[in-house]
Design a protein around this ligand. Structure first.
Ligand code: AMP
Length: 604
């Protein structure tokens, strides 16, 4: 981190950013009009727009008349051409600098989102909005550091030679992150080398070590998602005595072999027996309640996303942090970065994101059952449904919408797959609660498994039961986050016609087959990130699913319309299922996973 330049003025800097927010939120519609016009004029020559009969027009009416509202599958042939090396302007007139690999999947593989060089500036702008906002609520943060756990993930190259990697890996490897100028708000305890270390054990170890040895300076802690932060605490539970020894002696555990990491850490690490005593005392207590505030006593908040599926981690975070504020700063995706939370100290259940109208052109599809939002197979919208899309300024308070974006990098009227609810307004800009990701039933980390994938995996698994004349008569699933890492649980009620007992290894094979059938993000979580534990099948007593139905009906469900839920979340239902478990089996090993798309394997 370079020293502060003499003319650095934090107050002025913050004011400028807050003014920017005021300005763009007051002039939402003008800004959106300009953004669409810029995108369409920059890309007037691209094949996709010409294909849809747009010949340089940049007005909203013509755009909306001609351009279909699409999902990833609609542009997959175009994406594949780019990935295979076609450099003609297909979606965007500027060169696609890389593909950002989304945690959303298509055909079991990560979706590839095109991005252009200048998008990095837009993403950096969104990052730069967060701290001036938080500083209005939590003063003095510039006097301390942030202990943020940041990781890169593996990357691959498409057959046409374009790098494909997650958006954060791209950001951490960019000069925007590595050569960032002095800014007290990006003063992290982790040296860049520890973030950029490709070995996840060494990266986590060295980042925690640097965080521990600067513990008094840490004013805020965080990770992108709650699941990642909890993984760090779990790592600390397993490795604290090694870390403590390093703090005591001022040396680094020999398992850290990356020389650039060792050198960077050695610039910070000094023998500190007093701190080591504190770490030892606190970590060896039987309860880890409040461990964050005990080890990092000046921490004012935990910066992690706890909206959407991450809300399942709130109680665990509250426990470890002794109820420190959980701050969700931003809402973003590989397609585009969208918005920030302007009320960062609000309760997690009340978090809303203000979409920043300079990021892309936003449209909103009202959510109701007839427009495909709740269908499992996305389909094209008909003309009438297309006309239901509304502008950012026209959304209605309390209404839910599916987000549709048009980006500078060449996605036009693209359905992101997120459902948002209007919670309020900042000037003329709506603020949205994140409601859910469409169709996702199971998620532990960044994996998103939908019902169709689960059903397909089940179909593959039950073939192991056929030789025993057995089948699964009912099933449901549960994302169990009481274990660290969390894991998928399937509850099976069996129908047994044969007399041969089914050996445990058959159910273990079923577990593994399900894992092998799930998408690549799930398998990466199991194999590479170790952020998901082995899948578990719990066999329940006969009649359990009838009891589940009785319970749902007692709560008001209609007998005629009752369908077994393919995923359960409600605690009493999970308890009912758990109380009737007769056998449990875990996946005996990790499923197969390799970086990149399966079609590229021969090219890399
Ligand atoms: P990815 O494309 O892998 O970066 O994932 C982006 C998706 O993560 C979004 O479309 C959302 O579904 C989810 N996501 C991102 N930010 C948030 C947030 N603040 N709260 C809830 N979900 C989020």
């Amino acid at each position: 981190m370079p020293e502060a330049p003499r003319d650095y003025n934090l107050v002025e800097q913050n004011e400028k950013i807050l003014e920017f927010i005021e300005d763009v939120t007051a002039n939402v519609d003008q800004v959106q009009k300009r953004v669409l016009s810029e995108i369409l004029s920059n890309n007037a020559n691209v094949e996709y727009l010409k294909r849809h009969c747009l010949h340089g027009q940049t007005d909203r009416e013509t755009f909306k008349k001609h351009l279909p509202v699409i999902t990833y599958e609609d542009i997959q042939p175009d994406i594949n051409r780019i990935a295979n090396g076609d450099t003609s302007p297909i979606l965007c007139s500027k060169p696609i600098s890389e593909f950002l690999t989304s945690s959303g999947t298509s055909g079991g593989e990560r979706k590839l989102m095109p991005t252009i060089e200048e998008d990095q500036g837009r993403r950096s702008l969104l990052y730069s909005l967060q701290m001036p906002v938080i500083s209005m609520f939590v003063p003095g943060l510039e006097k301390g550091k942030g202990m943020y756990l940041m990781f890169i993930k593996s990357e691959a190259t498409t057959p046409g030679g374009i790098v494909a990697r997650p958006v954060l890996t791209s950001y951490y490897k960019s000069s925007y992150f590595q050569d960032r100028p002095y800014d007290p708000y990006t003063n992290y305890t982790s040296p860049n080398e520890t973030v950029l270390c490709p070995d996840s054990y060494q990266s986590m170890y060295s980042q925690l070590l640097c965080g521990l040895c600067q513990n008094k300076e840490v004013f805020r802690v965080g990770a992108v998602f709650a699941s990642g932060f909890i993984r760090a605490i779990r790592f600390l539970e397993k490795n604290w005595s090694l870390l403590c020894n390093d703090v005591r002696t001022g040396t680094i555990n020999p398992q850290i072999t990356d020389t650039s990491v060792r050198e960077a850490v050695m610039k910070i690490l000094k023998p500190d027996p007093k701190l080591a005593d504190l770490i030892q005392t606190e970590c060896s207590k039987s309860s880890w309640q409040g461990i964050i505030t005990r080890l990092w006593p000046n921490t004012k908040y935990v910066d992690v996303i706890v909206t959407g599926t991450m809300s399942q981690y709130i109680p665990t975070l509250d426990y470890y942090s002794n109820g420190l504020p959980l701050v969700c700063t931003m809402y973003a995706s590989s397609e585009c970065y969208f918005g920030v939370n302007l009320n960062p100290l609000c309760k997690p259940s009340e978090v809303s994101y203000t979409l920043i109208p300079t990021m892309c052109y936003f449209e909103f599809l009202p959510v109701n059952r007839s427009n495909g939002v709740n269908d499992h197979t996305p389909r094209s919208l008909n003309e009438k449904e297309k006309q239901e899309l509304v502008e950012l300024v026209d959304v209605k308070l309390g209404q839910e919408y599916e987000l549709v974006v048009t980006t500078y990098a060449g996605l036009y009227r693209y359905r992101v797959g997120d459902v948002l609810r209007v919670a309020g307004f900042k000037n003329k800009a709506p603020q949205f609660n994140f409601v859910c990701r469409k169709n996702v039933v199971l998620s532990i980390d960044s994996d998103k498994t939908d019902e169709v994938e689960l059903q397909n995996a089940m179909k593959n698994a039950v073939t192991h039961l056929v030789p025993f004349d057995a089948s699964v008569s009912e099933y449901t699933s549960y994302a169990d986050t009481t274990t660290i890492p969390g894991h998928y649980v399937l509850y099976w009620e069996l129908s047994l016609k044969g007399s041969t007992p089914i050996p445990p290894c058959v159910f273990e094979d079923c577990c593994l087959t399900i894992e092998e059938s799930l998408n690549s993000v799930y398998r990466q979580g199991r194999v590479s990130d170790k952020s998901i534990g082995p899948l578990e099948i719990k066999i329940v007593e006969q009649g359990t699913f009838d009891k589940l139905m009785d319970y749902a009906i007692s709560l008001g469900a209609s007998i005629n319309q009752y369908k077994t839920p393919r995923c359960v979340k409600f605690a009493p239902v999970v308890e009912l299922l758990n109380s009737r478990v007769v056998e449990k089996y875990f996946s005996p090993k990790c499923p197969k996973w390799v970086p990149g798309h399966k079609q590229w394997i021969n090219h890399n």
